[in-house]
Design a protein around this ligand. Structure first.
Ligand code: FAD
Length: 317
């Protein structure tokens, strides 16, 4: 059975959940092998978790010559690993970095690429959200090594095995790949909430909040959810742009999306309509958001959300 490489998305060894989802998808295509950029120690630690969740092998690529630069060295190292292993496919998390590394790897290896996949089936058929999530398209890469970037929340995490075996891989990084250097890095302020694009539940607020996001944040915290916002809320200065969901914000695909005081403009839909279950609270029963919801509540969010939050907290005990 051929290997399928899964590029591990992690921050200082803390692996993000979408990587584990990729392992589930990779096992449909062959034997899952994870690729971990980092130190040997961190790689060995990561191999325990990655193995439990499906990686037979973990390639640890020493990142001494990689971490100080933007994406080019990663793509170069992966090209060398692809040449060595001839994998059946390479899977990435569909974020800014995953997409850029995948695109560079496609050029280097002369391979086809599918981005923003929401499912990968046995045989390599990939379902992709296209045209801002208005269509889903099934496709298959027929040239080179299939490179697939997958949106978070596209597959379950499955506990399957024991620790993956670790294999160190030494890549040679060229000077040309080191032209864009990272000069400063600032960690995002920790909110205690899950990352917006990875969260299983997103609770968003729009202009209808009138600038008071407390009910939205209260419900989000009761559900263990991330907070999102419409552009109207961001443009009003109520929330930072990092919270914006939509065409010019983040694209999310959670199990549950709760839109509060959001009308449902096409540009907002572009960022959330592949969510598995959509709920909206809006005081206007004619609001376009109700065209795409699974459950809708016609009412004032300032009374509906606190009541829902109270009930959820009560049931949690
Ligand atoms: P509104 O459209 O004003 O809707 C507010 C809603 O709140 C209404 O439906 C109202 O009935 C309801 N409401 C009011 N008070 C209450 C209450 N007390 N309780 C319950 N409901 C209440 N938008 C995005 O969101 N993301 C994007 O990425 C994005 N990109 C864009 C890119 C371009 C190029 C353009 C032109 C626009 C973009 N927009 C984007 C803007 C988009 O077109 C809409 O203007 C925006 O989404 C509207 O935000 P909203 O739904 O919060 O506000």
């Amino acid at each position: 059975m051929s290997e399928v490489l899964v590029v591990v998305d992690h921050v200082d060894g803390a692996i993000r959940k979408p990587t584990f989802e990729l392992l589930t998808l990779a096992r449909r295509l062959g034997e899952a092998s994870a690729v971990f950029f980092g130190s040997s120690d961190k790689g060995a630690e990561a191999a325990t978790k990655l193995g439990q969740l499906g990686a037979e092998k973990v390639y640890v690529v020493d990142d001494t010559e990689i971490k100080g630069y933007l994406v080019a060295p990663k793509a170069e190292a992966l090209a060398q690993l692809v040449e060595k292993t001839s994998p059946a496919a390479v899977l990435f998390v569909s974020g800014y970095e995953g997409k850029e590394v995948a695109a560079r790897l496609a050029i280097k290896t002369g391979s086809g690429i599918i981005t923003d996949a929401v499912d990968v089936e046995e045989g390599g058929v990939v379902t992709q959200a296209a045209f801002a999530g208005n269509y889903t398209v099934k496709g298959k890469v027929t040239k080179g090594v299939p490179l697939i970037t997958v949106k978070p929340n596209s597959a379950p995490v499955e506990e399957v095995g024991a620790a993956g075996t670790v294999e160190e891989f030494a890549a040679t990084i060229s000077d040309a790949a080191k032209k864009a250097q990272i000069v400063a890095q600032q960690p995002r302020k920790a909110s205690g909430r899950p990352e917006l694009t990875e969260a299983a539940i997103v609770v968003s607020g729009g202009r209808g909040t009138g600038g008071n996001f407390e009910p939205v944040e209260g419900l989000a915290d009761a559900l263990g959810a991330a907070v999102g916002a419409s552009r109207a809320a961001v443009d009003s200065g109520w929330m930072p742009h990092t919270f914006q969901v939509g065409q010019t914000g983040k694209v999310v695909s959670p199990q549950l999306y709760v839109a509060n005081g959001i009308s449902g403009a096409i540009q907002h839909r572009a960022g959330m309509q592949t969510s598995k279950t959509i709920v909206a609270v809006n005081k206007d029963e004619e609001a376009p958001i109700f065209e795409l919801v699974d459950f809708g509540v016609v009412g004032d969010l300032h009374s509906v959300l606190p009541a829902a939050t109270e009930e959820i907290n009560k049931r949690k005990g």
